[in-house]
Write a protein that binds this ligand. Structure first.
Ligand SMILES: Nc1nc2c(ncn2[C@@H]2O[C@H](COP(=O)(O)OP(=O)(O)OP(=O)(O)O)[C@@H](O)[C@H]2O)c(=O)[nH]1
Ligand SMILES: [Mg+2]
Length: 369
């Protein structure tokens, strides 16, 4: 039996087994087997395949536009960035990943136009899977839906799940430490729904014979498996609905309804027209907000405050991380810093490396000569 066939059989067995306490451990074992076989299949098919779509990350953050063919990803890229991506009235205009750079609130945001998902992309048909794999490096996913095809959202989710991208999920709070003896020992800070036997079974299927397993959340079988694997990417997402220039205002209620059915809050979705250039500023704002970046204006000796090109760091970054991002010899020469703005108790507050910065702080470094 070939691997693909084995995978199909396990999937069928999982689908036909009712889930209850007496079958739970069995399903746990099946799901673990499935994960392992899929891994194997992937290693086989990517062997020698090369990574033709590797796109170098540049700028302060990388955003991937993900959507079906012809929803307007390339048009959107062109209107958001300096890039020239081919657009067309027929499907599959874009066969490669096109990068562009978008400058917003002082940050350089790299935007990737990922070719339309194709049937079975995540199962390695065509080049789909390789192409999709660039999404794994993104800091944020922007789902692009056409206003008449909201249901495509479901497929997009599934395709990304299949290539081990977990959208809008936090990494499971599961830690495993191998030991030399004593079997599997499970400790948990919260009450678990799964039986210990099931948890142990899943761990053993993943090659843990002697191990301390610590759970800090109530896990499902799928979350537990994700926690035992270290090759999942956890990426936040936002959604935009394109081509709104084509609908009557009354139709918006229908679209909203379709979004709600998918647990998408219409208020949190950005309605745009890439072609009529509508809603693009709002989309850029949403991208910025969801990247979790902050701006730090550097007060440079003899040159004053640079309001044009802020230093961009992640939310929660300390002075130490800001100095690291600046590079050069600032780290070695650092004595202390003076901060004004939201994070400071008063202007020019003297702070050390552990001070946490906030958006729109002004930072002056006091350095050794
Ligand atoms: N009316 C309208 N048409 C749009 C809009 N955005 C894109 N289009 C049209 O939709 C078609 C497809 O646009 P593309 O930008 O090529 O779509 P794509 O998602 O890049 O498609 P692939 O590269 O094939 O995956 C083109 O004819 C565009 O002119 C929009 O906001 N409104
Ligand atoms: Mg395109």
């Amino acid at each position: 039996m070939g691997l693909e066939e084995e995978i199909r059989e396990i999937e069928e067995e999982i689908a036909s087994t009712p889930y209850n306490k007496s079958t739970e451990a069995h399903i746990g074992r099946l799901k673990s087997k499935l994960a392992e076989k899929k891994e194997k299949l992937e290693n086989q098919s990517s062997a020698g395949g090369g990574d033709g779509y590797a796109v170098e990350k540049t700028g302060d953050a990388t955003v991937a536009l993900v959507g079906f063919p012809s929803v307007g990803k390339s048009s959107l890229l062109n209107s958001l960035t300096n890039a020239e991506s081919e657009t067309g009235a027929y499907e599959f205009t874009t066969l490669d990943v096109n990068p562009g750079m978008c400058k917003h609130r002082g940050a350089n945001i790299q935007i990737l136009d990922v070719p339309g998902l194709i049937e079975g992309a995540a199962h390695g048909k065509g080049d789909g899977k390789q192409v999709l794999a660039v999404v794994r490096n993104a800091d944020l996913i922007v789902f692009v839906l056409s206003v008449f095809e909201i249901e495509q959202y479901d497929r997009l989710q599934r395709e990304l799940y299949d290539i081990k991208i977990r959208v809008d999920e936090q990494p499971p709070r599961v830690t495993v430490r191998r030991k030399h003896k004593d079997g599997i020992k499970i400790t948990s800070s919260v009450e678990q729904d799964l039986d210990e036997a099931t948890i142990g079974e899943v761990c053993r299927e993943h090659g843990f014979v002697n191990a301390d397993v610590n759970l800090q959340e109530q896990v499902t079988i799928d979350r537990l498996i994700d926690g035992l694997q270290d090759n999942r990417e956890y990426i936040p997402s936002i959604t935009c609905v394109n081509k709104v220039d084509l609908i009557n205002p009354e139709y918006k209620e229908t679209v909203d309804e379709q979004l709600r059915e998918r647990d998408l809050d219409p208020e949190a979705v950005t309605f745009i027209s890439a072609e009529a250039e509508r809603g693009l500023e709002a989309l850029k704002d949403r991208i910025w907000e969801n990247l979790g970046l902050i701006r730090v204006y550097m007060d440079k000796p003899g040159r004053g405050i640079d309001w044009e090109e802020p230093l961009i760091v992640e939310e929660g970054a300390t002075i130490r991380e800001a100095v690291e991002k600046l590079g050069g010899d600032f780290e070695e020469r650092f004595r202390f810093a003076r901060v004004s703005g939201p994070s400071a108790t008063h202007d020019q507050q003297q702070v050390g490396t552990e001070h946490v910065l906030e958006d729109e702080d002004v930072l002056k470094l006091i350095l050794r000569r």
